[in-house]
Design a protein around this ligand. Structure first.
Ligand SMILES: Nc1nc2c(ncn2[C@@H]2O[C@H](COP(=O)(O)OP(=O)(O)OP(=O)(O)O)[C@@H](O)[C@H]2O)c(=O)[nH]1
Length: 611
């Protein structure tokens, strides 16, 4: 239970965020700032306070934004103004391309940002994209060159690159290290001097922006809000703009970083509100809250409901686990408005769920949590995007399940989502990366030079980057290229469904949608890979790929040789048991299809195919 406390009156606020490319040291620097302002005890030092989810820490990426309220007293060294007190609200942002919209909402809650760049890496794709998000939100940008303690650091070079990209003079950059603490005092002063104080009147009608929300078992959904105008207190009735729903505020307060109960939240402040909201769907990031007794007429602009864009089927390997899987999905959904699921039946896999995600990373995280926290063994089908189909009778339908993709003769037109992709890389790899983008049906928009590096802007079908694109990009650029993307529109494409047959039975869950030009080669690669990963049976098992019933590729899982079989079934009983046990273990993530056991790998064969 958070302890009640008296809110500070008449204090000066600074609301800011830290933005950076993945791994440029955002969490480390944030922790160092917290520590220098006494917000973290020795005990917590080992943990990175701002990264909360266990998986986040393991993967070293930030998923949920967690705000912190800090008190800063200006030191003697500043001369005039020494001793002045400020309240800083530091709002963390997610550090991955899947969560771009969440980043933009977190930024909308701030007046300024620290734009962090790793001194040894320089500007990367996400540095640029995040910098533009900050510029678009009209924020003050403080450039910080981080990790200057690294032997390979080139702080001046990194500052120069930032000047080229965001137009902030290189000499305004602060050189810092989250590791040694260098530059922290300068950063704290820059926050006071360069970031504007929040504006907005506490006497105006309430207008508060939801920038995140979490589910709490006792209090229901906690809204993380930035109050832009007006004031909110317990017992006020609040109204959510996007859905018109009303709730009564139970409690509210600020972060320190734990929850502190307060008496009100006013214009300029960042805090949390509990209002007995049970469904996180009702509390979407980006929505605006107002008071029913003193309402504002205009919501904060730019609200978008969270939209899954990548879909995959999740099936329990053991059909008995169906219920357990549903319960687990419901639990995860409590805390994740961006994740969706609905029951789905596959002839091959039985009962499961079609799940929607913000991107591939989001999909992986959900799957890992299901397996780890809920102890489930799952088969995941290959991820797919949403296709828009115009049927011959004029009807327009959307489908994200390749198994339900109709044959070409029933469709007038197929459209697929396109992304605008930005890739940042050293000059010497430009040729190879352009070729890769070409293979992925990309078309170039522009090419910009940033120092010795190049930013490529391409438009690419989203489906083309879902599988192995990032890995390929990294490998051909020796790890130096970075990427970011956003979905822009839908465009017509010549797309076909490739069906896969195992032992002459069609396996609906293995179907993929692919561009006509690539259908044959992809079909070939899938059947080859599958024939490698399906264990040998007592008879030869054919694996085939087909378009509209016409076989385009075929491979065979060879039968056991007789002597091998004899060995397996001879021997003493304990050996047999051992073997059976071993098989049992290997069985996890196998699915019986007809008479053949198919391992998880086979379902993802399409993902691992090399170009
Ligand atoms: N040498 C050195 N290493 C650092 C510094 N800051 C961070 N690192 C290391 O860089 C890696 C990434 O740091 P994080 O703070 O987790 O990066 P991040 O930017 O928060 O990552 P996301 O949360 O995914 O955005 C870690 O291995 C850190 O130990 C620094 O100032 N100097």
């Amino acid at each position: 239970m958070p302890a009640p406390t008296v809110r500070l009156q008449g204090v000066k606020f600074r609301n800011f965020s830290i933005i950076a490319h993945v791994d440029h040291g955002k969490s480390t620097l944030a922790d160092r700032i917290l520590e220098s302002l006494g917000a973290m005890g020795e005990r917590d030092k080992r943990d990175q306070t701002l990264d909360t989810l266990e998986l986040e820490r393991e993967r070293g990426i930030t998923i949920k934004s967690t705000p912190v309220r800090l008190k800063y007293t200006r030191p003697e060294s500043v001369g005039e103004g020494a001793g002045e007190e400020y309240i800083f609200n530091l709002i963390d942002t997610p550090g991955h391309v899947d969560f771009g919209y969440e980043v933009s909402r977190s930024l909308a809650a701030c007046e300024g940002v620290l734009l962090l760049v790793d001194a040894s890496q320089g500007v990367e794709a996400q540095t640029i994209v995040n910098a533009y998000l900050a510029i678009d939100s009209g924020l003050e940008i403080i450039p910080v060159v981080n990790k200057i303690d690294l032997p390979a650091a080139d702080p001046e070079g990194a500052a120069q690159e930032m000047e080229e990209v965001v137009g902030i003079p290189a000499e305004d950059a602060i050189f810092a290290s989250g590791k040694t603490g260098a530059g922290i005092p300068e950063i704290l002063e820059a926050i006071v001097q360069r970031i504007p104080a929040p504006s907005g009147s506490a006497d105006a009608p309430l207008k508060a922006l939801i920038f995140d929300s979490v589910y709490d078992a006792y209090q229901g959904v906690l809204l993380f809000v930035r109050v832009l105008e007006g004031k909110v207190s317990p017992k006020d009735r609040i109204n959510l703009f996007s859905n018109g729903k009303n709730f009564e505020v139970d409690r509210l307060g600020t972060f320190s970083p734990g929850l502190i109960v307060g008496q009100s939240l006013e214009a300029g402040e960042v805090g949390w509100i509990a209002a007995g909201i049970r469904d996180i769907q009702d509390a979407q990031v980006g929505d605006t809250i107002t008071r029913t007794d003193f309402p504002t007429t205009e919501p904060f602009p730019g609200f978008k409901p969270a939209q899954p864009v990548v879909f995959s089927g999740l099936y329990p390997t053991d059909t008995e686990d169906y219920r357990k899987l549903r319960e687990a999905l419901e639990r995860l959904k409590l805390n994740d408005a961006a994740f969706s699921f609905e029951p789905e039946t596959s002839e091959a896999l039985g009962f499961g769920f079609r799940c929607g995600f913000l991107g591939l990373l989001h999909a992986e995280i959900v799957q890992e949590r299901l397996e780890r926290e809920f102890d489930l063994d799952l088969i995941a089908t290959a991820p797919a995007v949403i296709y828009r189909l115009t049927m011959t009778d004029g009807e327009i339908i959307e489908t994200q399940n390749p198994a339900q993709f109709p044959t070409r003769d029933r469709m007038e037109k197929v459209e697929e989502p396109y992304i605008k992709m930005s890739v940042m890389l050293p000059e010497e790899h430009v040729g190879a990366v352009m070729q890769l983008l070409q293979e992925r049906r990309g078309s170039m928009v522009t090419m910009n030079y940033v120092g010795k590096r190049v930013e490529l802007i391409y438009q690419v079908p989203f489906a083309e980057i879902l599988y192995d694109f990032h890995d390929r990009l990294k490998s051909i650029s020796r790890g130096y290229a970075s990427m970011d993307y956003e979905i822009i529109d839908y465009r017509e494409g010549d797309l076909r469904k490739v069906d896969i047959y195992v032992n002459n039975e069609i396996v609906d869950a293995l179907a993929v949608v692919v561009h006509e030009d690539k259908a044959y080669s992809l079909g070939r690669k899938i059947v080859d890979k599958m024939s490698e990963v399906i264990p040998r049976q007592m008879w030869a098992v054919p694996v085939q790929a087909a378009i509209g019933g016409k076989i385009i590729a075929r491979a065979t899982v060879k039968a056991y040789r007789k002597d091998v079989l004899a060995k397996c079934y001879g021997g003493d009983i304990s050996r047999k048991k051992k073997l059976l046990n071993k098989q049992k273990k290997g069985k996890a993530r196998m699915k019986q299809i007809g008479t053949v056991e198919v391992p998880q790998e086979a379902f993802l064969a399409v993902l691992s195919t090399e170009d």
